[in-house]
Design a protein around this ligand. Structure first.
Ligand SMILES: [Fe+2]
Length: 606
């Protein structure tokens, strides 16, 4: 069975494909943002669809057996359109795409067999990413994000125990309730509300969590009265808390103040502490309602590595599996998994690594390097480790890209973690981001106990470790203000090339740890292709690229780059690619006809 999973609507669109031909499941997955270079892209995932089809040697959507699409909101119509013609005429989310028309045009004209489409509830898709990717044959699932869900998985079955979606579609104790709760502010939305007070949009949760790590630096003060009566079985309702937030400081009212100061750190700390209390409550509810020994986690809240560690330490469960693409980036994979198992699929799959992209294997590399007068030479892992030990900051692109928001070595910027000077240069010249945000360590799994207190196997950077004395002395650049770190462990079976590099660095320096941050500039998705890597290299202060087995450096003949022009050229190339893909995957005549009707604003279709 060949199953395609899609997230076509709202933010973080993308595609995933799985096949059970052969003796195990093979999976490929990608977010549209990686390909169209728009962070958290809202665009219909045409580029991702094409990427996934090609990964399995397919040319057409007609060649897949099942197409599973995220149904973001339960009340949307399933047969006609999730946009509707009138909505298509309106402006879309202004930060990313110009309007609904583009997505609507593709949705209405894409060439697929509508009988093969299965709509998947958004929370079910999240739950599927957690359970069906886990190593467990039986486990509970907690989904925590804009909706909340508790599920129970057993072999190839996954059923909701409790679930409340964005518009209130509710299961309780396994029964679908007829009553609706049309409005409530759950724990995740409250955290977003706190983030908004700090000047961040809905994608700023990581910054709020990072700021909370400085809580001990300031006298404690709570600015928000958290409603103590917010708990009602599995529903946590912060309506009253939010109604009381009338005199809470707002960062946007300040002029030039540092976020790393009172009251912003106290606000972030209170947001984090409240979320921790709420999610631990839900984890206990999950234990009580399912009686499971193991827990799988997904939903945007499961990107909060401190909370994950608190659940781990709580002892409620014997072990955890946390989906690395826990936020909506993982939804395409969840749709594909849900569809596969609900249509009789029987092969179980354990996602023991997050490298779900395609392997370019050097194809296109020479073309990407050629225009820029760069110097390149073949190197060994030891050569690159020597460069890192000599305080060079290096972007690595190798093999398949990571699925989800974390760079795990294959699309990473790497540096010596012993140097605070390098950390500052990385922030100033390459990442251009807030200086209060920490960088993460990758440690050889075998050396972890000497440096960090953490679960012994952390391949996904999604659970917090705490630094030990040796780590604090040796690798200060990867330790957050509260002693925590978003630890990644690596072993030869998990990522042999990356392991070899860190191993060589350890031989040279005595330190088996590297600083690992995502390979991208501010406001840019993590790189996917060689072209993206070269573009980021040219636009930033990176010292070198480590591409497959080559080390690439700038020369005196490398031109001074106008970064904006480079990005504009990329955007134009993306637009041309979309045009080509419309010709490949949509009915061009229908497309032009509908485009004309939308232009004229004719009512009544959709
Ligand atoms: Fe979601």
């Amino acid at each position: 069975m060949l199953v395609l999973g899609l997230k076509c609507y709202s933010h973080d669109t993308g595609a995933a494909i799985l096949s059970d031909e052969g003796d195990k499941l093979s999976v490929c997955a990608i977010s549209e943002a990686r390909l169209n270079r728009r962070k958290h892209s809202f665009s219909y995932p045409l580029m991702s669809i094409d990427y996934c089809l090609r990964a399995f040697g397919l040319q057409s959507l007609t060649q897949v057996d099942l197409i599973c699409i995220d149904r973001h909101i339960e009340t949307w119509p399933e047969i006609a359109s999730q946009y509707g013609f009138d909505n298509a005429l309106r402006m879309h989310h202004p930060r990313y795409d110009h309007n609904y028309r583009w997505n609507y045009l593709i949705e209405q004209t894409i060439s697929l067999d509508r009988d093969k489409v299965l709509w998947v509830n958004h929370l079910d898709a999240h739950a599927a990413t957690a359970y069906f990717a886990s190593p467990f044959d039986e486990a509970a699932v907690l989904v925590a994000e804009g909706g909340t869900g508790i599920y129970k998985g057993s072999n190839t079955d996954l059923v909701p125990v409790d679930r409340i979606g964005y518009l209130g579609d509710t299961y309780q104790d396994g029964l679908k309730l007829m009553k609706r709760r049309d409005h409530f502010v759950n724990s995740s939305f409250l955290f977003d509300k706190f983030s908004a007070q700090l000047g961040y949009d809905i994608f700023g949760a990581g910054q709020t969590m990072a700021l909370a790590g400085y809580g001990h630096n300031f006298p404690r003060k709570d600015y928000v009265d958290i409603d103590p009566d917010r708990f009602d079985d599995f529903i946590i309702n912060h309506d009253k808390t939010v109604l009381g937030m009338t005199n809470v400081p707002n960062f946007e009212d300040t002029q030039g103040q540092e976020l790393l100061s009172e009251p912003w750190v106290n606000l972030a700390r209170q947001a984090q502490e409240t979320l921790e209390e709420d999610i631990l409550y839900l984890a206990l509810q999950t234990k009580v309602k399912t009686g499971s020994r193991y827990l799988c986690l997904a939903g945007g809240v499961a990107l909060n590595c401190i909370i994950n560690r608190k659940i781990y330490d709580s002892g409620y469960f014997e072990d955890l599996f946390i989906q690395p693409a826990a936020s909506d980036e993982g939804i395409p994979l969840g749709c594909a998994l849900w569809g596969y198992y609900s249509n009789g699929g029987s092969q179980r799959w354990h996602m023991d690594n997050a490298y779900l992209g395609v392997n370019y294997g050097g194809k296109g590399l020479e073309e990407a390097l050629a225009p820029w007068n760069l110097y390149s030479r073949n190197v060994s892992a030891k050569d690159v480790a020597l460069e890192l030990a000599n305080e060079k900051i290096i972007g690595r692109i190798s093999g398949k890209s990571e699925y989800g928001p974390r760079a795990l070595g294959n699309r990473s910027i790497l540096a010596d973690p012993r140097s605070l000077k390098l950390k500052n240069r990385l922030n100033r010249e390459i990442k251009h981001r807030e200086k209060f945000r920490p960088f993460a360590p990758t440690c050889l799994e075998s050396q972890l106990p000497s440096y960090f207190n953490a679960p012994k196997h952390c391949p996904f950077m999604n659970i917090a470790g705490f630094v030990l004395e040796q780590g604090l002395v040796e690798v200060p650049a990867v330790v957050h203000a509260d002693g925590s770190c978003r630890i990644q462990t690596v072993s030869p079976t998990h990522n042999n090339g990356y392991h070899s590099l860190i191993n060589e660095f350890g031989h040279i320096t005595g330190c088996p740890v590297l600083l690992n941050t995502s390979f991208n500039d501010q406001n840019e998705p993590i790189i996917e292709t060689y072209q993206d890597a070269v573009s980021c290299f040219l636009r930033t202060g990176l010292d070198a690229l480590y591409v497959e087995n080559k080390l690439v450096k700038k020369t005196k003949n490398t031109p001074i780059i106008d970064g904006k022009k480079l990005l504009d050229d990329t955007a134009k190339h993306t637009q041309r690619t979309y045009n080509d893909l419309i010709n490949t995957h949509c009915d061009p005549e229908k497309f032009v006809d509908l485009a004309n009707r939308l232009k004229k604003g004719i009512k009544g279709i959709g």
